[in-house]
Write a protein that binds this ligand. Structure first.
Ligand SMILES: NC(=O)c1ccc[n+]([C@@H]2O[C@H](COP(=O)([O-])OP(=O)(O)OC[C@H]3O[C@@H](n4cnc5c(N)ncnc54)[C@H](O)[C@@H]3O)[C@@H](O)[C@H]2O)c1
Length: 325
């Protein structure tokens, strides 16, 4: 069998990470085509990876029609994901789509159905599923290392407002929302994936700080399994900080910018050994296409993230897509 032929839809910032990871698999995958209406983005990508001669298109539909691809990686603004992923699946491609998978649960459900009908794989690019710290937390919670979970506090601080002003991220019709829809999607992912719990009630408060989309969101989430979580997504911050505290009846796990501690009453914190990193978003996608394992971040899981994000916006009375740009 020849190499898997990949196309990119969107060749901006994050696409370069996927490009690098795919090219590490040069025996199994090749980048055959790029689609992006911005020629500068495409040229930077071509230059960075020495891809002279790769097929280039302004419109992803032309790429899908002309390039006989096996798979696409979608790295475009959020509200474009649904149509681009649907069209790619219908063109017979497996799809790796950046987060958020879609901007509504109705779209997410339709996209999952399209993948099933096409018999193609749909994976969402939540990289924390491959990071040792989060693999450790998920397994420790499953193994009962801190007993019954009682609460979670998840917080992400970024200079999101300052860095996104004037970009598509501040245009509701392209972003589908603010920091919760964007970087916040990762901590919604961590909250749902590590705990495997089902949210049943949300109480949010949002703040825009004068921006066209929400910047800060503070949400209390109640889970069917009993615990309550606090989800704090702070986009008007100074610096970058990601923290979680998982509290249980017999201990707690603290994550602080990549450092994990296991805490127990009256004892010094333990710094546990973490599992090895075995794969990444792109390698696992290629391995799933080649039948080596299941899709590790399937659309069915990403739907839960989309649904909780949507529930938070709805409970706050906020409909980003009803906003006029
Ligand atoms: N997983 C992560 O950690 C992570 C980090 C950053 C971004 N992302 C996600 O990646 C996606 C892209 O973000 P980015 O930071 O690379 O943005 P970016 O602005 O750097 O790049 C977006 C690219 O999409 C292109 N584009 C716009 N309209 C298009 C269209 N119709 N067809 C094809 N391309 C089009 C733009 O010209 C631009 O080159 C978003 O979904 C974002 O949330 C994920």
């Amino acid at each position: 069998m020849g190499k898997l032929r990949f196309g990119f839809i969107g060749t901006g910032g994050i696409s370069q990470w996927h490009g690098r990871q795919l090219l590490e698999l040069s025996g199994e995958a090749e980048i055959a085509a790029l689609a992006d209406p911005n020629a500068d983005s495409r040229d930077k990508f071509i230059h960075k990876f020495g891809l002279d001669g790769v097929a280039v298109h302004d419109d992803y539909r032309d790429m899908l029609n002309e390039c006989a691809l096996d798979a696409v990686v979608i790295c475009s603004p959020h509200t474009l994901h649904f149509e681009q992923a649907t069209d790619a699946l219908k063109a017979g491609c497996h799809v790796l789509v950046e987060k958020p998978m879609t901007c509504s649960s109705a779209e997410a459900e339709r996209l999952i159905a399209s993948a099933r009908e096409a018999g193609k794989l749909l994976q969402v690019s939540y990289q924390r599923h491959f990071q040792p710290e989060f693999l450790y937390i998920r397994k420790a919670l499953q193994d009962g290392a801190i007993g019954k979970l009682t609460s979670v506090t998840a917080s992400l601080y970024q200079e999101w407002k300052q860095l996104t002003a004037g970009s598509w991220r501040a245009v509701p019709s392209l972003s589908g929302g603010g920091m919760l829809m964007d970087s916040g999607s990762h901590i919604v992912d961590v909250l749902l994936w590590t705990t495997n719990m089902t949210p049943v009630e949300v109480k949010p408060m949002l703040h825009r700080h004068g921006a066209p989309v929400e910047i800060d969101s503070f949400t209390a989430v109640r889970f069917a399994e009993g615990p309550i979580a606090s989800l704090n997504v702070v986009g008007f911050a100074q610096g970058w900080h990601e923290t979680y505290m998982f509290c249980g009846e017999e201990g707690a796990i603290r994550y602080d910018n990549g450092r994990i501690a296991l805490l127990r009453l009256g004892k010094e914190p333990e710094y546990p050994e973490l599992p090895a990193r075995e794969t990444n978003q792109d390698k696992s996608f290629v391995d799933a296409i080649l039948g080596r394992h299941e899709v590790l971040v399937p659309g069915e899981f990403a739907l839960k993230v989309v649904r909780l994000t949507e529930d938070i916006y709805k409970a706050a009375g906020y409909d980003p897509l009803a906003e006029i740009d």
